[in-house]
Each structure stands twice: as C-alpha cells, then as structure tokens.
Design a protein around this ligand. Structure first.
Ligand SMILES: [Zn+2]
Ligand SMILES: [Zn+2]
Length: 259
C-alpha cells in the first residue's frame, strides 16, 4: 500500500510524507523536502502520528529554504540518510552529512526500503532541481512543485501516476495586479519560476487517466491565489469527481491519502 500526506505547502515551507507498506506489514517512510525549522517539523510529524526517528530517508528537491529547511540538522540529529542532487548539495555549501548524503540525478532510479524513487529534472531557478516519481511497484505518486513550465520530460515522468502532489502557485491576473515588485512578478511568472493555475491544470489534463485517484494542489501563493479558483480549474481539468481534489494549505497540509 502506498499513501502520502502533505505536512504543509507554500512559500513558507514544504514537506510531504510518502509511505509504502508491504503485505508483510513492513513500512518504509520517505520525507520529500523538510522546509521547516526542526521543531516545527517535529510538531507536524507528530500531527501525522510520527516522529523523525520513523523516517527512513529524506529527499530534497532543491536548495530554496522552503524546501531544504532543516535537512542538515535533521539528518545529523536522527541519523537519517538524505538524497539530493549534487547541484543542490553544492548550492548549500557542500556540507558534511557524516556519510549519510546520497547524490541523486535526473532519471537515476534508486530505492529506499520498499519505495522506488525516480527523480527528474524540472525548469526552476535553482542549481539542479529534481522532482520525484514514487512507487511501491504497484501504485505511483507524482510530486511536482517549483517549476516554471511543463516539459515533455516532466509530463513523461508523471504519466500513469495514480496521485499527484501538484503545484498550483498563482493566478496570473492576481500576480500581475499584486504589490510584488516587477522583478519578482517576472521571476515567479517566468519560465524558471512557478506554475500558474492554468499551467498546472494543463498538466493535470495532460496526464489524466482512469486510474488517477487524487490530485492535491500544492505551493499555493498566499498573496496571488485563492483556493476556490484552484478548485474550479481542477474540476474543469479533471472532469468533475473522477479524481478526489484537495488543496494543501501552508498551515495544515493534507490528510493521509491512499494512492
Ligand atoms: Zn518552493
Ligand atoms: Zn523553489
């Protein structure tokens, strides 16, 4: 069985749990990003019924603070292996993880316990950002936040996924009319920034199939988005209730969802 849960998502911090349990009852837990302070992460893990010591590994998508957060402190405190790209590692100073750092790269599959992870490159203004396809060999979750636009490579890696944690960052009109300075509007809305709602809905539409069970909207801008706009676009893209649609908030994330 594969399930996941957002522990919070937005520019103030991102983290998601992915958990595989075998028929023999063996459980593997991966944390994708840990963009919070360590006490805040502990609190959010506790709300999910877990402690940091229950984690088998952490995967970091890129070096922005809302994703890498307390990765180094967590890894050292709880002796947890961490996976990230070499670019992400170098961009954060090439710190010593006491032998627990593993370098990930585009299309190089690796396993953590009973989880098979397939990182893939995305266009974003970080040094070597990777997003992640996660499978237990039966069900598949696609994690996709922090990218400026979809590429054929990105779409290919999400095809067949039974659940998506998908960035719906901003409404383009709200962003254009916001108080953000021009350079920031340009960065967020640019090809190496963040997905607009319509771009995200296009991705959902492109990878929609009968087996798609959940789409969780993630990384919503607090200033330049509204959950009701996201829900309307998701419903348009996914055709009503074929898949369960949820919006992960910065404060609370999402509940556990079976993939
Ligand atoms: Zn981010
Ligand atoms: Zn980012």
């Amino acid at each position: 069985m594969l399930r996941f849960r957002s522990l919070g998502s937005g520019s103030t911090g991102n983290a998601a749990l992915v958990e595989a349990t075998t028929s023999a009852g063996r459980t593997t837990r991966l944390l994708v990003d840990c963009g919070f302070g360590i006490r805040q992460l502990d609190r959010r893990l506790a709300q999910a019924g877990l402690a940091a010591s229950d984690l088998d590994a952490v995967f970091i998508t890129h070096e922005h603070g809302d994703h890498i957060g307390c990765a180094h402190a967590l890894s050292l405190r709880d002796r947890i292996p961490v996976w990230m790209s070499e670019g992400t590692w170098l961009a954060t100073g090439g710190r010593d993880y006491e032998g627990r750092l593993h370098l990930a790269r585009d299309d190089a599959e690796f396993t953590v316990g009973d989880l098979c992870l397939q990182p893939f490159t995305v266009p974003h203004d970080a040094r070597e950002p990777l997003q992640l396809r996660c499978t237990d060999g039966n069900r598949t979750l696609g994690v996709l936040t922090d990218l400026g636009h979809a590429t054929s490579h990105v779409l290919a890696r999400l095809r067949g996924a039974h659940a998506l944690l998908l960035e719906f960052n901003h409404d383009s009109d709200l962003l254009a009319g916001s108080a953000y300075p021009a350079f920031l509007k340009h960065r967020v809305g640019g090809n190496y920034g963040h997905l607009s709602n319509t771009a995200a809905a296009d991705i959902a539409r492109a990878v929609l199939h009968d087996g798609l069970r959940h789409v969780v909207a993630a990384h919503l801008s607090e200033q330049n988005n509204r959950p009701e706009i996201v829900r309307r676009l998701m419903a348009d893209a996914l055709g009503g209730d074929e898949a369960e649609m949820l919006t992960a908030t910065a404060a609370e994330g999402s509940p556990w969802l079976d993939v």
